[in-house]
Design a protein around this ligand. Structure first.
Ligand SMILES: Cc1cc2nc3c(=O)[nH]c(=O)nc-3n(C[C@H](O)[C@H](O)[C@H](O)COP(=O)(O)OP(=O)(O)OC[C@H]3O[C@@H](n4cnc5c(N)ncnc54)[C@H](O)[C@@H]3O)c2cc1C
Length: 315
Protein backbone atom coordinates (compact mmCIF):
# COMPACT_ATOMS: atom_id res chain seq x y z
CA UNK A 1 0.00 0.00 0.00
CA UNK A 2 1.39 3.46 -0.92
CA UNK A 3 1.41 5.71 2.14
CA UNK A 4 -0.86 8.75 1.98
CA UNK A 5 0.43 12.26 2.66
CA UNK A 6 -1.06 12.23 6.14
CA UNK A 7 0.66 8.91 6.82
CA UNK A 8 3.98 10.36 5.67
CA UNK A 9 3.38 13.24 8.04
CA UNK A 10 2.67 10.70 10.76
CA UNK A 11 5.87 8.78 10.01
CA UNK A 12 7.78 12.03 10.32
CA UNK A 13 6.07 12.89 13.62
CA UNK A 14 6.71 9.40 14.93
CA UNK A 15 10.42 9.71 14.30
CA UNK A 16 10.66 13.19 15.86
CA UNK A 17 10.81 13.48 19.65
CA UNK A 18 8.75 13.53 21.76
CA UNK A 19 7.14 10.47 20.28
CA UNK A 20 3.70 10.75 21.81
CA UNK A 21 3.12 14.49 22.00
CA UNK A 22 -0.04 15.99 20.58
CA UNK A 23 -1.87 12.83 19.56
CA UNK A 24 -5.54 13.79 19.34
CA UNK A 25 -6.89 10.54 20.78
CA UNK A 26 -8.81 9.76 17.59
CA UNK A 27 -8.63 6.05 18.32
CA UNK A 28 -11.19 3.43 19.26
CA UNK A 29 -10.08 0.90 21.84
CA UNK A 30 -11.39 -2.43 23.08
CA UNK A 31 -10.29 -4.56 26.00
CA UNK A 32 -10.19 -8.32 26.42
CA UNK A 33 -10.69 -9.98 29.82
CA UNK A 34 -10.80 -13.57 31.00
CA UNK A 35 -13.49 -14.94 33.33
CA UNK A 36 -12.33 -14.97 36.97
CA UNK A 37 -11.96 -18.22 38.91
CA UNK A 38 -12.17 -16.90 42.47
CA UNK A 39 -13.61 -14.00 44.42
CA UNK A 40 -10.20 -12.31 44.55
CA UNK A 41 -9.89 -12.59 40.77
CA UNK A 42 -13.44 -11.31 40.41
CA UNK A 43 -12.46 -8.19 42.38
CA UNK A 44 -9.37 -7.77 40.22
CA UNK A 45 -11.45 -8.05 37.05
CA UNK A 46 -14.01 -5.57 38.31
CA UNK A 47 -11.25 -3.15 39.24
CA UNK A 48 -9.91 -3.45 35.68
CA UNK A 49 -13.36 -2.89 34.17
CA UNK A 50 -13.96 0.13 36.40
CA UNK A 51 -10.58 1.69 35.59
CA UNK A 52 -10.88 1.17 31.84
CA UNK A 53 -14.55 2.10 31.45
CA UNK A 54 -13.95 5.90 31.40
CA UNK A 55 -11.95 5.39 28.18
CA UNK A 56 -15.30 4.48 26.59
CA UNK A 57 -14.19 1.31 24.84
CA UNK A 58 -15.96 0.43 21.60
CA UNK A 59 -16.47 -2.95 23.26
CA UNK A 60 -14.91 -5.26 25.81
CA UNK A 61 -14.74 -9.02 25.39
CA UNK A 62 -14.54 -12.04 27.67
CA UNK A 63 -12.70 -15.20 26.64
CA UNK A 64 -14.03 -18.76 26.66
CA UNK A 65 -11.87 -21.41 28.31
CA UNK A 66 -10.55 -24.41 26.41
CA UNK A 67 -13.26 -26.98 25.72
CA UNK A 68 -16.03 -24.74 27.03
CA UNK A 69 -14.62 -25.06 30.57
CA UNK A 70 -15.63 -21.49 31.43
CA UNK A 71 -19.07 -21.58 29.79
CA UNK A 72 -20.89 -20.44 32.96
CA UNK A 73 -18.18 -18.04 34.11
CA UNK A 74 -17.92 -16.39 30.70
CA UNK A 75 -21.69 -15.99 30.63
CA UNK A 76 -21.82 -14.56 34.17
CA UNK A 77 -18.95 -12.14 33.47
CA UNK A 78 -20.36 -10.83 30.20
CA UNK A 79 -23.86 -10.50 31.66
CA UNK A 80 -22.48 -8.59 34.68
CA UNK A 81 -20.41 -6.20 32.55
CA UNK A 82 -23.48 -5.38 30.48
CA UNK A 83 -25.84 -5.04 33.44
CA UNK A 84 -23.58 -3.23 35.91
CA UNK A 85 -20.84 -1.47 33.95
CA UNK A 86 -23.21 -0.85 31.04
CA UNK A 87 -20.45 -1.47 28.54
CA UNK A 88 -20.98 -3.26 25.23
CA UNK A 89 -19.54 -6.69 26.03
CA UNK A 90 -18.78 -9.50 23.59
CA UNK A 91 -18.68 -13.16 24.58
CA UNK A 92 -16.05 -15.42 23.02
CA UNK A 93 -17.47 -18.77 21.93
CA UNK A 94 -15.68 -21.81 20.50
CA UNK A 95 -16.75 -24.95 18.60
CA UNK A 96 -14.82 -27.28 20.93
CA UNK A 97 -16.66 -30.27 22.45
CA UNK A 98 -20.09 -28.84 21.66
CA UNK A 99 -22.85 -29.99 19.31
CA UNK A 100 -24.68 -27.45 17.17
CA UNK A 101 -27.67 -27.78 19.53
CA UNK A 102 -25.49 -26.98 22.53
CA UNK A 103 -24.05 -23.95 20.74
CA UNK A 104 -27.58 -22.84 19.89
CA UNK A 105 -28.58 -23.06 23.57
CA UNK A 106 -25.52 -21.03 24.66
CA UNK A 107 -26.12 -18.42 21.94
CA UNK A 108 -29.83 -18.10 22.79
CA UNK A 109 -28.98 -17.55 26.45
CA UNK A 110 -26.56 -14.82 25.43
CA UNK A 111 -29.18 -13.12 23.28
CA UNK A 112 -31.67 -13.24 26.19
CA UNK A 113 -29.04 -11.69 28.52
CA UNK A 114 -28.64 -8.76 26.12
CA UNK A 115 -25.39 -9.93 24.52
CA UNK A 116 -25.30 -8.79 20.90
CA UNK A 117 -21.64 -9.36 20.02
CA UNK A 118 -19.91 -12.74 19.81
CA UNK A 119 -16.23 -13.43 19.09
CA UNK A 120 -16.65 -16.68 17.14
CA UNK A 121 -13.72 -19.08 17.27
CA UNK A 122 -12.90 -22.65 16.41
CA UNK A 123 -10.89 -23.15 19.60
CA UNK A 124 -8.27 -25.81 20.20
CA UNK A 125 -8.63 -29.42 21.23
CA UNK A 126 -6.57 -30.53 24.20
CA UNK A 127 -2.93 -29.52 24.32
CA UNK A 128 -1.95 -26.41 22.39
CA UNK A 129 -0.90 -27.44 18.90
CA UNK A 130 -2.82 -30.78 18.94
CA UNK A 131 -4.91 -31.38 15.81
CA UNK A 132 -8.49 -30.13 16.03
CA UNK A 133 -11.20 -32.79 15.93
CA UNK A 134 -14.70 -31.39 15.60
CA UNK A 135 -17.57 -32.68 17.73
CA UNK A 136 -19.49 -35.25 15.55
CA UNK A 137 -22.59 -33.01 15.61
CA UNK A 138 -20.71 -29.76 15.90
CA UNK A 139 -19.18 -27.02 13.78
CA UNK A 140 -15.92 -27.93 12.06
CA UNK A 141 -14.42 -24.44 12.04
CA UNK A 142 -15.05 -20.82 12.88
CA UNK A 143 -16.55 -20.00 9.45
CA UNK A 144 -19.26 -22.62 10.02
CA UNK A 145 -19.82 -21.27 13.54
CA UNK A 146 -20.28 -17.72 12.20
CA UNK A 147 -22.91 -18.91 9.72
CA UNK A 148 -24.63 -20.96 12.46
CA UNK A 149 -24.74 -18.01 14.87
CA UNK A 150 -26.09 -15.66 12.20
CA UNK A 151 -28.93 -18.14 11.62
CA UNK A 152 -29.78 -18.06 15.35
CA UNK A 153 -29.89 -14.27 15.86
CA UNK A 154 -28.50 -11.12 14.20
CA UNK A 155 -25.35 -11.04 16.36
CA UNK A 156 -22.48 -8.67 15.59
CA UNK A 157 -19.62 -11.15 15.10
CA UNK A 158 -15.85 -10.77 15.37
CA UNK A 159 -13.39 -13.45 14.28
CA UNK A 160 -9.70 -14.21 14.80
CA UNK A 161 -6.91 -13.33 12.35
CA UNK A 162 -3.24 -14.29 12.34
CA UNK A 163 -0.65 -11.79 11.02
CA UNK A 164 2.01 -14.52 11.36
CA UNK A 165 -0.29 -17.29 10.00
CA UNK A 166 -2.17 -19.87 12.09
CA UNK A 167 -0.07 -23.04 12.65
CA UNK A 168 -2.82 -25.21 11.03
CA UNK A 169 -2.91 -23.18 7.82
CA UNK A 170 -1.49 -24.70 4.63
CA UNK A 171 -0.03 -21.31 3.67
CA UNK A 172 -0.41 -17.61 4.53
CA UNK A 173 -2.68 -17.26 1.49
CA UNK A 174 -4.90 -20.16 2.64
CA UNK A 175 -5.14 -18.56 6.09
CA UNK A 176 -6.29 -15.28 4.55
CA UNK A 177 -8.80 -17.17 2.37
CA UNK A 178 -10.11 -18.71 5.60
CA UNK A 179 -10.42 -15.26 7.17
CA UNK A 180 -12.36 -14.12 4.13
CA UNK A 181 -14.69 -17.13 4.48
CA UNK A 182 -15.40 -16.10 8.07
CA UNK A 183 -16.17 -12.53 7.05
CA UNK A 184 -18.25 -13.65 4.06
CA UNK A 185 -20.21 -15.90 6.45
CA UNK A 186 -21.31 -12.79 8.36
CA UNK A 187 -18.53 -11.59 10.66
CA UNK A 188 -18.00 -7.85 10.66
CA UNK A 189 -14.43 -7.48 11.91
CA UNK A 190 -11.30 -9.44 12.70
CA UNK A 191 -9.16 -9.23 15.82
CA UNK A 192 -5.57 -10.37 15.42
CA UNK A 193 -3.42 -12.67 17.45
CA UNK A 194 -0.73 -10.65 19.22
CA UNK A 195 2.44 -9.71 17.30
CA UNK A 196 5.42 -7.49 18.02
CA UNK A 197 6.38 -5.79 14.78
CA UNK A 198 4.26 -3.12 13.14
CA UNK A 199 5.62 -4.24 9.76
CA UNK A 200 4.15 -7.71 10.35
CA UNK A 201 0.73 -6.13 10.80
CA UNK A 202 1.07 -3.81 7.81
CA UNK A 203 2.10 -6.68 5.52
CA UNK A 204 -0.86 -8.72 6.74
CA UNK A 205 -3.27 -5.79 6.32
CA UNK A 206 -2.03 -5.28 2.76
CA UNK A 207 -2.37 -9.00 1.95
CA UNK A 208 -5.92 -8.98 3.32
CA UNK A 209 -6.80 -5.91 1.24
CA UNK A 210 -5.32 -7.58 -1.85
CA UNK A 211 -7.52 -10.63 -1.15
CA UNK A 212 -10.60 -8.39 -1.16
CA UNK A 213 -11.06 -8.08 2.61
CA UNK A 214 -12.54 -4.70 3.47
CA UNK A 215 -13.67 -5.37 7.05
CA UNK A 216 -11.78 -3.70 9.91
CA UNK A 217 -8.80 -5.67 11.23
CA UNK A 218 -8.09 -4.76 14.84
CA UNK A 219 -4.52 -5.38 15.99
CA UNK A 220 -4.42 -7.41 19.21
CA UNK A 221 -1.91 -5.77 21.56
CA UNK A 222 -0.35 -7.87 24.31
CA UNK A 223 1.89 -5.91 26.68
CA UNK A 224 4.33 -8.69 27.61
CA UNK A 225 5.72 -8.63 31.14
CA UNK A 226 6.91 -12.24 31.26
CA UNK A 227 8.81 -13.28 28.13
CA UNK A 228 9.20 -16.96 29.08
CA UNK A 229 5.47 -17.36 29.64
CA UNK A 230 4.60 -15.46 26.46
CA UNK A 231 7.01 -17.61 24.43
CA UNK A 232 5.36 -20.82 25.64
CA UNK A 233 1.94 -19.53 24.64
CA UNK A 234 3.10 -17.91 21.39
CA UNK A 235 4.64 -21.00 19.80
CA UNK A 236 1.26 -22.79 19.85
CA UNK A 237 -0.78 -19.97 18.42
CA UNK A 238 0.99 -18.54 15.41
CA UNK A 239 2.96 -15.69 16.97
CA UNK A 240 6.69 -15.22 17.40
CA UNK A 241 8.48 -13.58 20.32
CA UNK A 242 11.42 -11.72 18.75
CA UNK A 243 14.90 -12.30 20.14
CA UNK A 244 15.36 -8.60 20.92
CA UNK A 245 12.62 -8.89 23.53
CA UNK A 246 14.72 -11.30 25.61
CA UNK A 247 17.48 -8.72 25.64
CA UNK A 248 15.15 -5.97 26.83
CA UNK A 249 13.93 -8.10 29.75
CA UNK A 250 17.34 -9.56 30.64
CA UNK A 251 18.16 -9.19 34.34
CA UNK A 252 14.65 -8.05 35.29
CA UNK A 253 13.30 -11.39 36.59
CA UNK A 254 13.24 -10.11 40.17
CA UNK A 255 12.24 -6.54 39.28
CA UNK A 256 8.52 -6.52 38.57
CA UNK A 257 8.12 -2.73 38.54
CA UNK A 258 10.92 -2.31 35.98
CA UNK A 259 9.41 -5.15 33.93
CA UNK A 260 6.08 -3.30 33.85
CA UNK A 261 7.77 -0.15 32.58
CA UNK A 262 9.66 -2.06 29.91
CA UNK A 263 6.45 -3.88 28.88
CA UNK A 264 4.55 -0.60 28.58
CA UNK A 265 7.38 1.00 26.59
CA UNK A 266 7.54 -1.86 24.07
CA UNK A 267 3.76 -2.06 23.59
CA UNK A 268 3.33 1.72 23.44
CA UNK A 269 6.04 1.97 20.76
CA UNK A 270 4.29 -0.73 18.73
CA UNK A 271 0.99 1.14 19.02
CA UNK A 272 2.62 4.43 18.04
CA UNK A 273 4.02 2.81 14.90
CA UNK A 274 0.66 1.26 14.09
CA UNK A 275 -0.96 4.67 14.58
CA UNK A 276 1.60 6.19 12.24
CA UNK A 277 0.58 3.58 9.67
CA UNK A 278 -3.06 4.58 9.86
CA UNK A 279 -4.37 2.22 12.52
CA UNK A 280 -7.10 3.79 14.64
CA UNK A 281 -8.59 0.69 16.35
CA UNK A 282 -6.65 -1.13 19.05
CA UNK A 283 -7.67 -4.28 20.94
CA UNK A 284 -5.80 -4.85 24.21
CA UNK A 285 -5.24 -8.23 25.81
CA UNK A 286 -5.45 -6.93 29.39
CA UNK A 287 -5.04 -10.21 31.32
CA UNK A 288 -7.49 -8.47 33.71
CA UNK A 289 -4.96 -5.80 34.64
CA UNK A 290 -5.82 -2.25 33.64
CA UNK A 291 -2.56 -0.35 34.16
CA UNK A 292 -0.62 -1.07 30.97
CA UNK A 293 -3.60 -0.77 28.63
CA UNK A 294 -4.65 2.44 30.38
CA UNK A 295 -1.17 3.96 30.13
CA UNK A 296 -0.84 3.08 26.43
CA UNK A 297 -4.28 4.52 25.65
CA UNK A 298 -3.25 7.67 27.54
CA UNK A 299 -0.09 7.98 25.45
CA UNK A 300 -2.19 7.58 22.30
CA UNK A 301 -4.20 10.59 23.46
CA UNK A 302 -7.21 8.58 24.60
CA UNK A 303 -8.50 10.26 27.75
CA UNK A 304 -11.41 9.57 30.11
CA UNK A 305 -14.75 10.80 28.90
CA UNK A 306 -17.36 12.25 31.24
CA UNK A 307 -19.83 9.47 31.47
CA UNK A 308 -23.22 9.60 33.13
CA UNK A 309 -23.40 5.83 32.88
CA UNK A 310 -22.85 4.51 36.40
CA UNK A 311 -20.64 1.56 37.20
CA UNK A 312 -22.28 -0.13 40.13
CA UNK A 313 -20.18 -1.28 43.02
CA UNK A 314 -19.74 -5.05 43.16
CA UNK A 315 -21.82 -6.89 45.72
C1 LIG B 1 -8.61 -12.53 19.08
C2 LIG B 1 -8.55 -13.98 19.49
C3 LIG B 1 -9.35 -14.42 20.55
C4 LIG B 1 -9.32 -15.77 20.94
N1 LIG B 1 -10.12 -16.17 21.98
C5 LIG B 1 -10.16 -17.47 22.35
C6 LIG B 1 -11.02 -17.94 23.40
O1 LIG B 1 -11.73 -17.15 24.02
N2 LIG B 1 -11.02 -19.26 23.69
C7 LIG B 1 -10.24 -20.16 23.01
O2 LIG B 1 -10.30 -21.37 23.34
N3 LIG B 1 -9.41 -19.76 22.02
C8 LIG B 1 -9.35 -18.44 21.66
N4 LIG B 1 -8.51 -18.02 20.64
C9 LIG B 1 -7.63 -19.01 20.00
C10 LIG B 1 -8.29 -19.77 18.83
O3 LIG B 1 -9.35 -20.56 19.31
C11 LIG B 1 -7.22 -20.64 18.20
O4 LIG B 1 -6.25 -19.85 17.57
C12 LIG B 1 -7.70 -21.75 17.25
O5 LIG B 1 -6.61 -22.62 16.98
C13 LIG B 1 -8.21 -21.26 15.89
O6 LIG B 1 -9.39 -20.63 16.01
P1 LIG B 1 -9.99 -19.83 14.73
O7 LIG B 1 -11.30 -19.31 15.14
O8 LIG B 1 -9.00 -18.90 14.20
O9 LIG B 1 -10.16 -21.07 13.72
P2 LIG B 1 -10.50 -21.14 12.16
O10 LIG B 1 -10.70 -19.81 11.56
O11 LIG B 1 -11.57 -22.16 11.97
O12 LIG B 1 -9.14 -21.66 11.53
C14 LIG B 1 -8.16 -22.47 12.17
C15 LIG B 1 -7.15 -22.93 11.15
O13 LIG B 1 -7.69 -23.94 10.34
C16 LIG B 1 -7.65 -23.57 8.98
N5 LIG B 1 -8.94 -23.91 8.38
C17 LIG B 1 -10.18 -23.62 8.89
N6 LIG B 1 -11.13 -24.09 8.06
C18 LIG B 1 -10.51 -24.69 7.05
C19 LIG B 1 -10.95 -25.38 5.89
N7 LIG B 1 -12.25 -25.57 5.62
N8 LIG B 1 -10.02 -25.86 5.05
C20 LIG B 1 -8.72 -25.68 5.30
N9 LIG B 1 -8.24 -25.04 6.39
C21 LIG B 1 -9.11 -24.56 7.25
C22 LIG B 1 -7.44 -22.06 8.97
O14 LIG B 1 -6.74 -21.61 7.83
C23 LIG B 1 -6.64 -21.85 10.19
O15 LIG B 1 -5.30 -22.10 9.89
C24 LIG B 1 -8.48 -16.69 20.25
C25 LIG B 1 -7.67 -16.23 19.20
C26 LIG B 1 -7.68 -14.88 18.83
C27 LIG B 1 -6.78 -14.40 17.72
Amino acid sequence: MTPTLSQLHEYRTATDAPLFSGLPGDVAVSFEFFPPKSEAMERQLWDAVTQLKPLEPAFVSVTYGAGGSTRERTHATVARIIAEARLPAAAHLTCVAASKDEIRAVAERYWEAGVRHIVALRGDAGEPGAPFTPHPDGYANAAELVAGLKAIAPFDISVAAYPETHPDAASPEADIDNLKRKLDAGASRAITQFFFSAETFFRFRDACAAAGIAAPILPGILPVTNVAQARKFASACGAAIPAWMDGLFEGLDEKPAARQLVAATIAAELCRRLYAGGVRDFHFYTLNRPELAYAICHLLGKRPQNSDKATETPA
